[in-house]
Ligand binder design. Structure first.
Ligand SMILES: NC(=O)c1ccc[n+]([C@@H]2O[C@H](COP(=O)([O-])OP(=O)(O)OC[C@H]3O[C@@H](n4cnc5c(N)ncnc54)[C@H](O)[C@@H]3O)[C@@H](O)[C@H]2O)c1
Length: 325
């Protein structure tokens, strides 16, 4: 029998704290060599400005294995009122192969990515970080702020989006959800000025954050660019950062933020200080001074999905949630 979980059921089982635990543990197991994660496979729907990505992973100590199928169509919210990112996850029993569960992966994608930003902030931002800047007021902009509020004493956020109505909706909704003071900014510069933590989470193909906008001690999590065509960071952000941390080196160097500066010769692969898992596992230190500028680039890993989905599956079984199919 296979358990089917809808988005509402997944939402009732997973909170940000749970997602952070699952993602932190998945990063750790990756650094310890306890996972299997082949490269993702892409289908490109050029005429529809969309992609389909297949992402399998196996986390051995958990005996959690599965596959996420996710589509990314940035025009969806405006054109169809659908999320830009839509996903399903299948979990399989590694012992027998049978599917244990099929579940909505859209909410898990949002939460596990917010959790990756939170894990990065936990190890790389200053402990007393109080001010966040969020660039991109969509799904990710929401889960990134929820994640930051779990790990740092955030009191204030400044948010910017190219679409003014998106900023407005964000302020109304997220002020209530987080209880912190959230203000709209009129530009990226205004949002990031004085921020302790900057999160970029847009599908932009044109970089908008530059090195001269960064203050000493700031931490940046760059989330949005997850294909070769997308780019949020000017090369000067990478050359200004004291520590560059990525989720997975081979994936980081194929997204626009890193692939373009690499091609221009402005950075080398060994300019990356660590993969996030190495810091979580204690193999390398995270932040070491109040002044250093740290940059985390998330591309999104199948182990984050499988680790989080497995947690949801266990909770569903414990609480009798879902439907057998
Ligand atoms: N790294 C990861 O693991 C990961 C995971 C999920 C999504 N993503 C990526 O994150 C990005 C955002 O995803 P989402 O689900 O939040 O999308 P979304 O459509 O819900 O929100 C994106 C927001 O960014 C705004 N925007 C676009 N260009 C901008 C710019 N130049 N400056 C400021 N705002 C801008 C849009 O108006 C929109 O409000 C996408 O590129 C998506 O593929 C990455």
């Amino acid at each position: 029998m296979t358990l089917y979980l809808t988005q509402e059921e997944v939402e009732s089982l997973l909170d940000m704290k749970g997602a952070i635990e699952a993602v932190e543990s998945a990063f750790r197991e990756m650094a310890l060599g306890n996972i299997e994660m082949p490269p993702r496979v892409y289908l490109h729907f050029e005429k529809y400005n969309g992609v389909l990505i297949a992402m399998p992973a196996y986390i051995k100590p958990l005996d959690a294995a599965g596959l996420k199928v996710v589509t990314v169509h940035p025009d969806n919210p405006k054109k169809y009122g659908l999320p830009a990112v839509i996903a399903r996850i299948i979990l399989n029993d590694p012992a027998k192969g049978e599917p244990l569960a099929i579940m909505d992966g859209t909410y898990i994608t949002a939460m596990r990515t917010g959790a990756a930003g939170a894990v990065a902030a936990k190890y790389l931002s200053r402990k007393n970080s109080r001010t966040a800047a969020i660039i991109g007021c969509g799904v990710q902009g929401r889960s990134q702020l929820l994640g930051l509020c779990e790990v740092r004493p955030i009191e204030e956020a400044k948010v910017y989006d190219v679409v003014p109505s998106a900023r407005k909706r964000y302020v109304e909704e997220m002020s209530g959800k987080t209880g912190i003071d959230i203000e709209e900014a009129e530009s990226v510069e205004e949002a990031v000025k004085d921020a302790d933590i900057i999160v970029t989470c847009t599908p932009s193909q044109k970089p908008f954050l530059s090195g001269d906008m960064l203050s000493p001690g700031v931490h940046i999590s760059a989330i949005g660019a997850d294909t070769a065509a997308k780019r949020e960071l000017e090369t000067s952000v990478l050359t200004r950062a004291d520590k560059i941390v990525v989720d997975f080196k081979p994936q980081a160097f194929i997204v626009g933020d890193f692939a373009i500066p690499l091609k221009e010769g402005a950075i080398r692969e060994d300019d990356v200080y660590a993969e996030m898992g190495e810091i979580v596992a204690g193999l390398k230190p995270g932040r070491e001074s109040e002044e250093e500028i740290t940059l985390f680039k998330a591309t999104g890993l199948a182990i984050q999905d499988v680790g989080t989905a497995y947690k949801v599956y266990r909770l569903a079984r414990e609480r009798g949630v879902g439907r057998e199919i």
